[in-house]
Design a protein around this ligand. Structure first.
Ligand SMILES: [Zn+2]
Length: 269
């Protein structure tokens, strides 16, 4: 599933291509892709003023309101698909007045498009951005001590912090030496600080590498990200830890496959 760095990469590839374009028509070969069917047509006749990201949402800011795209598992956006009627799994096509179009292709069909007239309301349940000013070491340490939750599901909870998913949570916990079954309020502040810095560093490096391509994340003109070559634990079950040579173990935490080095990562309970 695309996480913050992959969504940011998509946003950056869309910015020069669709900013300024006026929306003429929205076709939905698969109608359920539109999560807000009652209001979606409000977007017609509006220009895209900017393309941004909030959490894992792609935000197309319009002259009034915004369209929001969530890629979920396998969603991909194209600005160049030559003949969309020939392409399988196309769920939506946004046609622009200039003749350009933005095509949403999604094999699993969990991806959705929303219209919102007020972004503050739409995002009111979303936690802070991990690359934003609110996400400080103190904020994270306080947030952990106020809750007594398993650390991994807490970090995946978009209302606690926005944008993280399975890959970057596993990687961050490894870098901070925290076992994913640890309890948030038992984590020493030294490890919380390490985790804060690890999350920031990981996301920045992954954005620089244009994301992680595990199964089918691609962006722009079918380019792939390359951060998978820097992963320490994610997807490395049975391979030796890069720090201590212990074999990486796969656990299930809150039904999510979780990669851990049992020697490098301490269980705080
Ligand atoms: Zn290790």
């Amino acid at each position: 599933m695309p996480e913050l760095p992959e969504v940011e990469t998509v946003v950056r590839s869309l910015q020069p291509t669709i900013t300024g374009e006026m929306i003429a028509r929205i076709d939905t070969p698969w109608q359920k892709v539109i999560a807000t069917p009652d209001t979606i047509m409000t977007a017609l006749g509006h220009r895209i003023e900017s393309v941004a990201r909030r959490g894992k949402f792609i935000v197309l800011n319009l002259t009034s309101g915004a369209l929001l795209v969530h890629l979920r598992m396998t969603g991909r956006l194209y600005t160049y698909l030559p003949d969309v009627t020939q392409e399988p799994y196309v769920t939506a096509i946004i046609h622009f007045e200039s003749g350009k179009r933005l095509t949403f292709q999604d094999t699993r069909k969990f991806g959705r498009i929303f219209y919102a007239d007020d972004l503050a309301t739409f995002f009111e349940h979303l936690g802070p951005e991990p690359l934003g000013a609110t996400f400080t070491t103190k904020w994270l340490t306080d947030g952990f001590s106020r809750r007594c939750r398993l650390i991994k599901p807490l970090l995946l909870d978009q209302s606690f912090i926005a944008g993280l998913g399975n890959i970057y949570v596993d990687e961050g916990l490894f870098l901070a030496g925290i076992h994913p079954l640890s309890l948030s309020h038992k984590i020493p502040s030294a490890n919380s600080k390490k985790l804060h810095d690890a999350i920031r560093g990981l996301l920045e490096n992954a954005i620089a590498a244009q994301g992680t391509t595990i199964i089918n994340f691609q962006h722009g003109d079918n380019r792939s990200g390359s951060f998978q070559h820097q992963l320490q634990v994610y997807g490395r079950t049975g391979e030796p830890c890069r720090k201590c040579k212990t074999f990486i173990t796969k656990l299930f935490v809150a039904q999510r496959g979780t990669h851990v080095c049992l020697k490098c990562q301490m269980l705080f309970v």
